[in-house]
Design a protein around this ligand. Structure first.
Ligand SMILES: Nc1ncnc2c1ncn2[C@@H]1O[C@H](COP(=O)(O)OP(=O)(O)OP(=O)(O)O)[C@@H](O)[C@H]1O
Ligand SMILES: [Mg+2]
Length: 94
């Protein structure tokens, strides 16, 4: 069965700058809790914003994918909203 959330080889950059997130991959199964841990500026917030589709306009996903239950487009919105709420509750975006 596909994980609930699957992030594969995600790279993100701002403008013409170097990637600030490089090749990040992780899976989250239904009912599982995942903590992203890293030093300040390592890309935790940008990664979470990419998962939530709320990246700042200046940021681009340069490679990789964010799949919810194996789908990247045409998401089943009731599941997507549940995932978004759970992620927002667990992470204080700043
Ligand atoms: N709007 C932006 N424009 C340009 N660069 C940005 C922008 N937002 C974040 N960055 C850069 O992206 C990188 C990752 O930042 P991010 O905020 O994701 O780090 P973080 O791991 O959440 O740090 P912290 O623990 O301090 O919250 C940093 O190098 C940061 O300078
Ligand atoms: Mg942060």
């Amino acid at each position: 069965m596909a994980p609930l959330l699957s992030v594969k080889n995600l790279s993100i950059g701002f403008g013409k700058g170097d990637d600030v997130v490089r090749g990040v991959s992780f899976d989250v199964a239904a009912g599982e809790t995942l903590a992203l841990v890293g030093e300040s500026g390592s890309g935790k917030t940008v990664t979470c914003r990419a998962v939530l589709r709320i990246l700042p306009k200046a940021a681009q996903i340069r490679s990789g994918s964010v799949l919810l239950q194996g789908a990247s487009g045409g998401l089943i919105w009731r599941h997507w909203e549940s995932a978004r709420c759970a992620i927002c509750a667990a992470i204080r975006l700043r």
